[in-house]
Write a protein that binds this ligand. Structure first.
Ligand SMILES: Cc1cc2nc3c(=O)[nH]c(=O)nc-3n(C[C@H](O)[C@H](O)[C@H](O)COP(=O)(O)OP(=O)(O)OC[C@H]3O[C@@H](n4cnc5c(N)ncnc54)[C@H](O)[C@@H]3O)c2cc1C
Length: 383
């Protein structure tokens, strides 16, 4: 396989430490978390204690101040490779998707209150954009925040919120001016303990069984003005700015998961015997594995380049969208081919490949559907 050159020796040592942690502290507990529909709080705390959550946060807010996104990328990839999708989706969402909003646009009071706890894992974070009636078309959202002087009164609901059930802090997109479309959207930091804030039960999903995805409801929730992120009416602009990293994170988890599925399938085909020899010796198996490995390698080269560009703050929105769409499609295709090579065992939940197949499906839907990604790419192509 091609040598990767985006990681130096320190990165590789770090990757090994994440791999060791995941093998010891995550893999053995995953089956229980899937039954519970959530990862344990204890696991969040252990992950935080090991320094793997929100590593980029400045030291004054309790973080390590690591400004090299390669470290964040390593955490996402290593989690995804094991096929433990609950933490593999929830932890990077907390660290690399929600945390930047608070770091970049939060008031001093909000940063002081939440960042140290997000670093330690004491506070679990979520982001709530989608509503029952508005997903891709975010401008159609209906949750409102009415200005009452020192505070806003928030009413409405959000759905499909990752980390939702366990969440302590949520970045919520609301309409501060319902007459204005995108320019009427603002982002508020909400404490889930606020009066009038309630949560639904975790959804029964096709995959991501250890993910506590749920609905959130707001009934006359009073949110102090200091919880506004940035300026009123600029929420949509902040979302557009930060979504490139979200797409990159999903693409990284896609390639990690595809690599994990391939590795477990290679082993399976060497062990499984049919017609007197390992199925790895059958021409179809060999060609399928060759095809999947080739596509993963092509994806790997592209995503590594995206990570490099992101570290230089040069990753454009279209390239991030290409990575999200192409790699999540690849993940689904790879998982499907790998499942087929397992025969009936591929359909049995305790096999990593069965979970890989089910967990892959939603990656093409959230963080902007792959159709929306193609829209964004087309806009840049046709510009
Ligand atoms: C497990 C899970 C976790 C999630 N986590 C979060 C989260 O943490 N926070 C959050 O805010 N949301 C989250 N979501 C929501 C997710 O981002 C949305 O489901 C997604 O954006 C699609 O929105 P929708 O479901 O309303 O589908 P719709 O927008 O109704 O789309 C339906 C279909 O129409 C297509 N479509 C819509 N508009 C266009 C267009 N302009 N051009 C072409 N095709 C189009 C879509 O691609 C899709 O195929 C999560 C969803 C799931 C399932």
């Amino acid at each position: 396989m091609m040598e990767r050159n985006i990681y130096n020796e320190e990165h590789l040592l770090f990757a090994q430490s994440v791999r060791d942690f995941v093998a010891k502290e995550i893999v053995p507990y995953n089956a229980q978390w899937e039954k519970d529909h959530m990862v344990s709080r204890e696991s969040w705390l252990k992950f935080g204690e090991s320094g793997f959550l929100c590593m980029q946060v400045a030291e004054e807010y309790g973080g390590l101040g690591i400004q090299d996104f390669r470290y964040n990328a390593i955490v996402t990839e290593e989690l995804a490779r094991t096929g433990c999708a609950g933490p593999a989706v929830g932890y990077p969402l907390h660290s690399d998707i929600v945390c930047p909003y608070i770091e970049h646009y939060g008031t001093e009071a909000v940063k002081k209150k939440w960042l140290p706890k997000m670093v330690s894992g004491e506070a679990i974070a979520a982001i709530a954009m989608t509503e029952p009636g508005a997903g891709s078309d975010l401008q159609g959202m209906r949750a409102t925040a009415v200005d009452k002087g020192d505070y806003y009164v928030v009413n409405g609901s959000k759905t499909f919120i990752t980390n939702g059930y366990l969440s302590d802090v949520v970045v919520v997109a609301v309409k501060t001016d319902p007459t204005k479309g995108a320019k009427g959207i603002s982002l508020l930091v909400m404490d889930t303990a606020m009066k009038g804030f309630t949560k639904g039960k975790p959804f029964e999903k096709v995959g991501l069984h250890a993910q506590d995805t749920c609905e959130l409801f707001f009934e006359n929730v009073e949110v102090p003005k200091e919880n506004l992120l940035g300026k009123e009416g600029e929420g949509f602009k902040y979302l557009m700015t930060e979504l490139s990293q979200e797409r990159l994170v999903v693409a990284l988890s896609a390639i990690g998961a595809a690599e994990g599925a391939l590795a477990s399938t290679v082993q399976y085909t060497k062990d499984r015997v049919a017609f007197g020899k390992p199925i790895a010796e059958l021409q179809n198996t060999r060609y399928k594995l060759a095809e999947v490995a080739t596509e993963i390698q092509i994806g790997r080269v592209f995503i590594d380049r995206c990570v490099e560009l992101h570290c230089e703050k040069k990753l454009d929105q279209a390239s991030a969208s290409m990575a999200k769409y192409w790699l999540t499609d690849l993940q689904s295709k790879a998982a499907d081919e790998c499942l087929q090579l397992h025969g009936g065992y591929g359909y049995i939940w305790e096999y990593q490949v069965a979970r890989a197949w089910a967990d892959a499906r939603v990656q093409r839907i959230y963080a902007g559907t792959n159709e929306i990604m193609k829209e964004l790419i087309a806009r840049s192509v046709l510009k």
